[in-house]
Design a protein around this ligand. Structure first.
Ligand SMILES: Nc1nc2c(ncn2[C@@H]2O[C@H](COP(=O)(O)OP(=O)(O)OP(=O)(O)O)[C@@H](O)[C@H]2O)c(=O)[nH]1
Ligand SMILES: [Mg+2]
Length: 229
């Protein structure tokens, strides 16, 4: 059993590594076609080729809402209301990685999610070095695992002391969800050095409520990232 578990973890790691390599190769090869919020696809002109690329690493425990956030970002432009036909699709646990690219003025932001399952968390820090911003997503209603989220977050903070961090307090729509001030305390954010750029934002991506209520927090999140990149 132990051997099988090791083989499984090794295979997951290999899949994540291979996935990342393919992701980089794919992006280099197809960098002339990127998704733009206001247009379906745009071809980058010579002038636009000076656009900088930034990587945002999206981490957090399994089920926190990482894939849902990426899906939400790819569905809504800067000021578009969610449309009925753009209802979110159910997400599945990410077993390796997941990515999207967003085009904002003068910048292409590559979002890379690594799955949050226990067997994948050990590989998170391998991806920090190439990252410009860390987004750490927390399920605000999952009180029983806030302490695990806290240790994982502080492990990452310790590994990259300079990296700007955005903590997204997701699932604010759920009954009993921790408030922003409760999360600041539960995640010990007050102990983080004042020199680090650290932000705590609320979000709610309830797949059933989104078409009715466009206040998901994703717009503020995207605006903040644009400021940081
Ligand atoms: N009520 C509610 N449900 C949410 C919210 N965000 C995500 N979910 C649901 O939470 C579940 C897990 O979301 P995912 O986006 O797959 O979570 P993940 O962080 O990508 O998980 P892994 O890929 O396993 O690491 C899905 O059923 C989502 O529909 C939210 O803000 N509110
Ligand atoms: Mg996922």
């Amino acid at each position: 059993m132990v051997l099988l578990k090791h083989v499984h973890v090794a295979l997951s790691a290999a899949a994540a590594a291979l996935g990342s390599a393919l992701f980089i190769a794919f992006n280099s090869f197809y960098q002339r076609r990127v998704w733009a919020p206001q247009r379906d696809y745009c071809t980058i002109s010579e002038e636009e080729e000076e656009t900088v690329r930034r990587q945002v690493l999206v981490l957090g425990l399994d089920g926190a809402g990482k894939s849902s956030v990426l899906q939400g970002l790819s569905r809504s432009g800067p000021d578009t209301e969610p449309r009925t036909e753009q209802r979110s699709q159910p997400t599945r646990p990410t077993r390796g990685f997941n990515f999207i690219s967003l085009r904002v003025p003068r910048c292409q932001i590559d979002f890379l999610e690594i799955g949050g399952g226990e067997d994948l968390r050990g590989y998170w820090s391998d991806y920090l070095r190439r990252t410009h911003i860390l987004v750490f997503i927390v399920d605000s209603s999952d009180w029983s695992r806030l302490s695990v989220a806290k240790s994982e977050l502080h492990r990452l903070l310790g590994a990259e002391p300079q990296l700007p961090v955005v903590v997204l307090a997701n699932k604010q729509d759920k009954a009993g969800a921790a408030s922003i001030s409760e999360l600041r305390e539960a995640l010990s954010l007050q102990s983080v050095s004042e020199e680090r750029k650290l932000f705590l934002l609320a979000a709610q991506l309830d797949p059933d409520a989104i078409p009715k209520n466009s206040t998901t927090g994703l717009q503020s999140f995207q605006d903040l990232l644009q400021q940081l990149v």
